[in-house]
Design a protein around this ligand. Structure first.
Ligand SMILES: Nc1ncnc2c1ncn2[C@@H]1O[C@H](COP(=O)(O)OP(=O)(O)OP(=O)(O)O)[C@@H](O)[C@H]1O
Length: 270
């Protein structure tokens, strides 16, 4: 049984517009998959449907089954909020493009991180404070004590995204969804955060669903990819095959524009 099994996923708006149609893929424990497509192709809605977090009024159809170790196997489409609350954080969690989505602007970073860490590991007092510092160190934040005392606006964008990653990891999820996690960062920080995610996903044996419009970024972190266009999957396979021999014209245009913008793809074609 796969960790995540998505079959014929559809998402409709409240007005009945089909925004995602018939998307299928599976993820085994510890596996990685990239979801690529241009703006509006349905990447984020697919991620939100997997989390059971679609905006009010939208409906999901088809099947999304999460089967994380130690948790009940759950059909996400149609699950109750109570079932979903038991899964979010532990079975699956998400890091968004904008770290402030995950952070409360009025609460110090350390306290925010203490909540899930305390809940997950049953820690309090000095042990919990040590766990907060360790979590900040794990995402390679220097000066963890200062960061723990800071409010989100008092740290840089790259530091905030590291904190958001630490928050996402606090409940030790089996599956991490990263939705354009480096898009809002400048190029150097982008590369550092990508390398950090890569290392953490390997070290913890998590599965990763990595969403991006950028094939070069995807190729650095995963070797398999699903190409979405207008809410439909048009091609899937190994990044290497897709880069070397794209079958769908849309995929070819993604590869061509990635080649123009970025040279890292060259090493894949060697
Ligand atoms: N809350 C919403 N209400 C109505 N339509 C929406 C809503 N959110 C997204 N859509 C529409 O659904 C389609 C897919 O959107 P989605 O956000 O999944 O795309 P995306 O590939 O993640 O794009 P981006 O890279 O810009 O985030 C788009 O046509 C978008 O306009």
């Amino acid at each position: 049984m796969s960790l995540l099994d998505v079959t014929g996923l559809g998402v409709r708006s409240g007005q009945g517009r089909e925004l995602v149609s018939d998307v299928s893929f599976t993820l085994e424990a510890g596996a990685r998959l990239g979801l690529i497509g241009e703006s509006g192709s349905g990447k984020s809605l697919t991620a939100l449907a997997i989390m059971g977090l679609l905006p009010t009024g939208m409906t999901a159809s088809g099947s999304v089954v999460l089967d994380a170790p130690g948790l009940p196997r759950t059909q996400i489409t149609g699950a109750t909020e109570r079932d979903l609350n038991g899964l979010r954080g532990r079975a699956v969690t998400v890091v968004f493009q904008e770290p402030l989505t995950a952070l409360d602007p009025l609460m110090r970073v350390g306290r925010q991180l203490a909540e899930p860490l305390g809940r997950r590991h049953g820690l309090r007092g000095a042990a919990l404070r040590r766990a907060v510092v360790a979590a900040l160190e794990e995402v390679r934040l220097t000066e963890p004590d200062r960061i723990a005392r800071a409010y989100p606006h008092e740290i840089s964008g790259g530091q905030r995204q590291r904190v958001a990653i630490a928050m996402a990891l606090a409940c030790e999820p089996a599956l991490l969804i990263a939705d354009e996690p480096t898009t809002a960062l400048d190029v150097t920080v982008q590369a550092e955060v990508l390398a950090l995610l890569d290392g953490l996903v390997s070290a913890r044996g998590m599965a990763l669903l990595f969403i991006s419009h950028d094939l070069a970024v995807i190729s650095r972190i995963t070797d398999h990819v699903l190409v979405l266009r207008d809410g439909r999957a048009v091609e899937a396979g190994a990044v290497r095959d897709i880069v070397n021999a794209p079958r769908h014209p849309y995929t070819r245009s993604l590869v061509d524009s990635a080649r123009e913008l970025d040279s890292p793809l060259d090493r894949i074609t060697l």
